[in-house]
Design a protein around this ligand. Structure first.
Ligand code: FES
Length: 135
């Protein structure tokens, strides 16, 4: 989960303070703004074998860097098309917008995204990596 420092990361922190649980396999990566998330970050995550990626930024109109979350939205849409084209599946990538006070929503979207990825199963890349690692 690529999380903007000002909203999603704070919401994840709040979820922790509220003792709300979400799947432990969600790794939160703090970014200064989702506008900093490059398409290469997204594709590299899949190349390294993750099965799903979420980008979580401020509500539209509330980005501290004005349009970072709108840039991220376009990059996510582009990356989803690439993932569809290469057979990994664009549904494995999603963008969410939330405010720093939405700890429960962070836990909810992290859970929903995890459930979606579990339903999709391992990505072709992670499947291949697992096969290569098998004795
Ligand atoms: Fe939060 Fe830009 S500062 S998405």
């Amino acid at each position: 989960a690529f999380c903007c420092h000002y909203c999603a990361f704070a919401a994840a922190d709040l979820a922790g303070s509220m003792r709300l649980s979400y799947p432990a396999n969600v790794l939160v990566s703090e970014m200064p703004c989702t506008g900093r998330v490059d398409i290469l970050h997204l594709l590299r995550a899949f190349e390294r074998g993750v099965d799903g990626v979420m980008v979580a930024g401020c509500l539209e109109g509330s980005c501290h860097f004005l349009k970072g979350n709108l840039q991220a939205k376009r990059r996510v849409q582009h990356a989803r098309r690439i993932l569809d084209d290469i057979g990994v599946g664009g549904d494995r990538l999603e963008m969410f917008n939330l405010s720093s006070s939405e700890g429960p929503r962070f836990a909810q979207i992290a859970t929903e995204m995890t459930e979606r990825v579990l339903e999709l199963g391992p990505s072709p890349v992670s499947k291949r990596k697992a096969e290569e690692a098998a004795p």
